[in-house]
Design a protein around this ligand. Structure first.
Ligand SMILES: [Zn+2]
Ligand SMILES: [Zn+2]
Length: 115
């Protein structure tokens, strides 16, 4: 019998996978925990795929016009309502022009107050 270091249950040696680098030649986690871990990792991977879907959620075509959802005002706006942003996947800024202008204006105003 060997105790699993993850679930702390005592299980038969054949419930553990092999690990030649260990003194007892067995893995420290039982097979059940190993597969649980593998599944978690798989689901995390799928989570990152979800992120990619999120990217799709921010884009749509309405009335033949490509639109993007603004990350600030959350409104759907035509792609030409966004500034170009070459580093982004879609080549567009996250915020619409209106929001971007509002942000820079308030920034300028703050700077103006300072000087
Ligand atoms: Zn276990
Ligand atoms: Zn906006």
């Amino acid at each position: 019998m060997k105790q699993c270091s993850k679930c702390k249950k005592r299980k038969d040696e054949n419930e553990f996978g092999k690990n030649r680098t260990r003194a007892d030649g067995l893995r420290i986690w039982c097979r059940e925990c190993e597969s649980e871990y593998a599944r978690e990792r798989y689901e995390k991977k799928r989570g990152s795929v979800k992120k990619y879907n999120n990217y799709k959620d921010l884009h749509r075509v309405a009335g033949g016009v490509k639109q993007k959802r603004c990350g600030r005002c959350k409104k759907w706006k035509a792609e030409n309502q966004y500034y170009q942003h070459s580093r982004h996947k879609d080549g567009l800024a996250v915020w619409c022009k209106e929001c971007a202008n509002t942000a820079t204006n308030s920034c300028r105003r703050r700077r103006a107050v300072k000087s």
